[in-house]
Write a protein that binds this ligand. Sequence first.
Ligand code: ZN
Length: 233
Amino acid sequence: MDPRKLHSEYGLDQRLADAGCAYCGSAPEGADHVPSKALLDDPLPDDLPVVPACKQCNQGVSADEQYLACFLECVVSGSTDPERIVRPKVARALRRSPALAAMIASTCTESAGGQLIWTPDMERVERVVLKLARGHHLFELSSPQLEQPASIDCVPLIAMCPERRKAFESPAGLPGWPEIGSRAFLRGAGIELPHSAGAWVDVQRSRYRYSVRDGGWVRIVIREYLACEVVWG
Ligand SMILES: [Zn+2]
């Protein structure tokens, strides 16, 4: 596709349109929403980020995105029964695909203490998270990140110890800021951090937020449950 068309059709700025597919660098054939709409609810935000993408990358991970959205919602809702699922979009997807609901249910066990333990397919989760991270990297920094990352970490926020949680939540690279670095404080003080410095971008409240640090990492929180970090270099 002619990058100028991406520019006019999707409002991509020219540097983004010229960058090639955000995920593999080949010639783009359209634009892809980052994050995928499967991870968000209606009404969608007006200014949902888009990046150029080839057809294969655009469609190649969509089943995995659907899986992750459904899996997370089952964990958060404590059930694979569509009647008990909080997000309407996911309840519909599970009704449409009883096989997916059954597959997710088969990965859930109950501990001796009666707690539900869910075991995700980490290969699928990491595929989705890497794609999301590459999309955010290109969108925020106008530079693609096509190298293999040094690490991909995905853990529930509630499984983090307080120190790790604090480090994860804080915009990095701002000496002297961490104590007052909470998003609420920064907003209250009317301070806007540049995204390239690791400030959090709330795409949709309690559904999806991300943070990009130039040259270093992309952090993502999905459903205020799953904390993901992709590190390069
Ligand atoms: Zn591609």
